[in-house]
Design a protein. Structure first.
Length: 391
């Protein structure tokens, strides 16, 4: 009989605007549904700012979605008592939370602390929320919650999942060196863009560049830095920005920068792309840029590489030493001259040189997806929890 895992998450499929954390859960269900039974409690809309209920699912009841049972709640209906009721109804061997600051997580930790919830092993995957750069945004509220969790011992005996060593260090910095932290990269799909060949990429003419930013528009993703850099680059540049605006004030700052771009840099801002269209969209550009302040994983980075798009990213992600592999660059945000040097190189790059980088990127992504280590590490966490880790 399969072990049952109950997941509480703000957003899940069929949504796509909430980013990589959502995709991690979808991929986890896809990869492990033969071994575990997944029950998911989530909101009935797609991301903050879009409160229109999904039309393809039923709210406030269980739905069959792929290999999971999903309860889509309307925002006004999920009381603490309803949370307890769903928890007791499912009777899971483990509970999985993919956010630390979600109101769902706060409620569940509180229920657990006052012993009003079942004694179920609990996994928290903070999805990059505990990095110093992430904590600096809305810092007062986050600091207050971290302090509350520390003083009230809300995370006592929690099983932590970190996507990489830096995230493990962030968890232990805040909650103590003795915290039980497993490292497992976020789950990718089994395959990205099957039967694709980088030979179909657009031709790369020297002096021209098609470059893409595909991510949420907020301070962490650092679109303004990319705009500032590209405003200093000569050549025929087409820069497309695809993503949901998470921060109205920051979005306006970026729009102001766009209005001041030189005539040689054409910037187009478009809506977020449904997940199924991401690889095809990526394939229509030469390079992908993401000067992020911090990513615990970065689904969009492996997706870009799988689409044959070499990446130009900050050194604040687990994807490092890219230049040595000839699949892109990971650059310090403090080294603006290096960013400009790389962008100028990309503009002037010939089609032959670009084609080799594109093929290298695709090959790297396929090899990484096929390697067993990521699946093994994630399976290990789920098995540890469902085997009856001390709650």
């Amino acid at each position: 009989m399969k072990q049952r895992i109950l997941i509480f998450t703000d957003f899940y499929a069929p949504g796509y605007k909430a980013g990589g954390g959502l995709r991690t859960l979808v991929n986890m269900v896809e990869r492990f549904s033969d071994e575990f039974e997944f029950w998911i409690v989530t909101r009935n809309h797609d991301g903050w700012g879009d409160f229109t209920p999904y039309e393809t699912v039923k709210s406030n009841e269980w739905n069959d979605l792929g290999d999971a049972k999903v309860f889509y709640f309307s925002d006004k209906t999920l009381s603490v008592s309803k949370l307890k009721s769903l928890w007791r109804e499912v009777e899971p061997e483990a509970v999985y939370l993919n956010s630390f600051f979600s109101s769902l997580t706060v409620r569940i930790l509180a229920l657990r602390r006052i012993k009003a919830a079942p004694k179920t092993p609990l996994i928290i995957a903070p999805e990059g929320e505990l990095s110093k750069s992430a904590l600096a945004i809305k810092s007062k509220k986050k600091k207050a919650l971290v302090t509350l969790a520390q003083t009230a011992k809300l995370t006592r005996n929690v099983i932590w999942k970190a996507a990489a060593e830096p995230e493990k260090q962030n968890i232990q910095r805040l909650f103590g060196e003795k915290r039980k932290v497993f490292i497992a990269p976020n789950m990718p799909p089994k395959m990205i863009f099957s039967d694709y060949s980088p030979a179909s990429k657009p031709e790369k003419r020297s002096g021209c560049l098609k470059i893409l930013f595909l991510s949420r528009i907020n301070r962490i993703k650092n679109l303004s830095f990319a705009l500032s850099l590209l405003s200093q680059i000569q050549g025929e540049i087409h820069f497309d920005v695809l993503g949901k605006n998470d921060d109205e004030i920051y979005g306006r700052e970026c729009q102001k920068l766009i209005s001041q771009m030189p005539s040689n840099v054409k910037v187009a801002v478009k809506d977020a792309v449904e997940y199924e269209q991401v690889p095809k969209t990526m394939s229509e550009y030469h390079f992908f840029i993401l000067p992020t302040l911090g990513e615990n994983f970065g689904h969009v980075i492996i997706e870009a590489l799988a689409a044959g798009s070499p990446v130009i990213i900050s050194d604040q992600t687990p994807w490092r030493d890219l230049a040595e592999k000839n699949i892109g660059w990971d650059i310090s945000l403090g080294d603006e001259e290096k960013w400009l040097e790389v962008l100028r190189k990309c503009v002037e790059m010939s089609n032959d040189e670009f084609s080799q980088m594109a093929q290298n990127s695709r090959d790297f992504a396929l090899n990484w997806l096929a390697a067993p280590e990521v699946e093994t590490a994630n399976r290990g966490i789920l098995r540890f929890a469902t085997a009856g880790a001390k709650p």
